[in-house]
Design a protein around this ligand. Structure first.
Ligand code: NI
Length: 397
């Protein structure tokens, strides 16, 4: 492992920063303390900052030399609305709010890189350090772009990184092309006609129609799309009724659709609508169909992925980098940035959970689990990756 010595020497302070952020988690667009802490550290290290993009977003700007070349390195800052089960000293001080996705660690790794890059300028060009809000649900990446991220900070490529439980510490995973799925939500309201449950012939039962629709939709996945294309359709909520002896007026179906390819998403959405409308009409019910596309699929660009793989291999060793990691149907709003700029998003191994102190809560060290914790052992590795990547992309001519 070829870690950068000054970053390794800074490990204790990075860990202290990471744990401080972990203890003070903040939700979607409310990352004020976190943003202040980042701004304070960057300023302390002499790095100019831009604030206000994406409401709480912070961008550090490190320029060196005359080259117009520039890259962006991005970390996310937000936590999740869930109760932490850990009992260690840096456990969340905010009830019902927790850093269960490791964005505390992502922020700390990028801060580690920022400090080194500002003090050892072995590059020619500009590095933008992008600390974005609201990755989990608020599309903070998109909002920073809407607020002028790429016009105020023109860059040639942009890079992201997420810790990945289950991948060993010291290893990386990435793949060119689609690596994470698009995330989309639907809500369907079946409108029937309420009646006494003992006189079903006097009403139109929306519950039966909703069940038919939910069953029928699964054939879109198994019969309509090509078996070679990935796609998930999960009905996660069915709401209807309030009494055992009343046929309700309405039933609601809510859930998520995930795909890698937009063509597959178009197919699933249109088939869902057609099937639901026709099913409702077959039963004399009416239908309201809402489908919202939230995050697009995350698609890594080949050239930037090759650079990232090369840099990771140089630091961690060839065998420690899986350059054809299995994609996930999880979603990530960094996908918006990769739609506008070339770039690459990588997974950095967070281990199996051995790093957690005794007394952690039940459950594995999975993302979004109440006993999850970011593994501090990978702080210098992640920071080293950011630095070497910047030095590679902006190598002096
Ligand atoms: Ni995350």
């Amino acid at each position: 492992m070829k870690l950068i010595d000054p970053i390794v020497r800074f490990h204790d302070e990075l860990q202290q920063i990471r744990r401080d952020i972990h203890a003070h988690p903040e939700l979607c667009y409310d990352e004020r303390r976190t943003a202040d802490l980042i701004a304070h550290k960057l300023t302390e290290w002499g790095i100019p900052i831009l604030r206000g993009m994406g409401k709480t977003g912070v961008v550090g700007v490190i320029r060196n030399g005359d080259s117009p070349r520039a890259i962006g390195l991005r970390a996310d800052m937000d936590a999740l609305p869930m109760q932490e089960a850990n009992t260690f000293s840096h456990t969340s001080r905010h009830a019902g709010c927790m850093h269960a996705c490791g964005h505390d660690g992502h922020t700390a790794m990028l801060l580690g890189a920022a400090r080194y890059l500002s003090q050892h300028r072995h590059f020619d060009g500009t590095v933008y350090l992008i600390f974005q809000p609201a990755e989990e649900v608020g599309a903070g990446a998109k909002r920073m772009m809407d607020d002028g991220l790429f016009s105020q900070c023109p860059m040639d490529a942009v890079f992201g990184m997420h810790n990945w439980p289950g991948l060993a510490v010291g290893t990386f995973g990435v793949t060119a092309g689609p690596m994470m799925a698009s995330s989309n939500e639907f809500e369907v309201i079946v409108k029937g006609k309420g009646a006494h449950a003992a006189q079903p012939h006097k009403g139109i039962d929306p519950v039966m129609v909703a069940i038919q629709i939910a069953q029928g939709w699964q054939t879109i996945i198994s019969r309509n799309k090509s078996p070679l294309d990935a796609g998930v359709l999960s009905v996660t909520q069915i709401h209807s009724g309030s009494a055992t002896n009343v046929i309700p007026d309405e039933a609601r179906l809510i859930g998520t659709v995930r795909t890698f390819r937009p063509e597959v998403l178009d197919l699933i959405e249109s088939r869902m609508r057609a099937m639901a409308e026709n099913m409702a009409s077959a039963f004399d019910a009416q239908l309201e169909f809402k489908f919202e596309r939230l995050y697009p699929a995350l698609v890594n660009h080949p050239k930037e992925t090759a650079i990232a793989v090369d840099v990771m291999q140089e630091i961690a060793g060839d065998a420690q980098v899986n350059a054809a990691v299995e994609p996930t149907m999880g979603a990530e709003d960094f996908a918006f940035m990769l739609q506008e700029k070339p770039g690459c998003y990588v997974f950095i191994g967070n281990g199996e959970g051995d790093h957690r102190s005794a007394g952690h809560g039940l459950g594995p060290c999975n993302l979004h689990n109440p006993s999850y914790d970011f593994n501090d052992a990978l702080l210098p590795l992640g920071a080293t990756y950011w630095v070497r990547l910047a030095e590679r992309c902006l190598a002096p001519a």
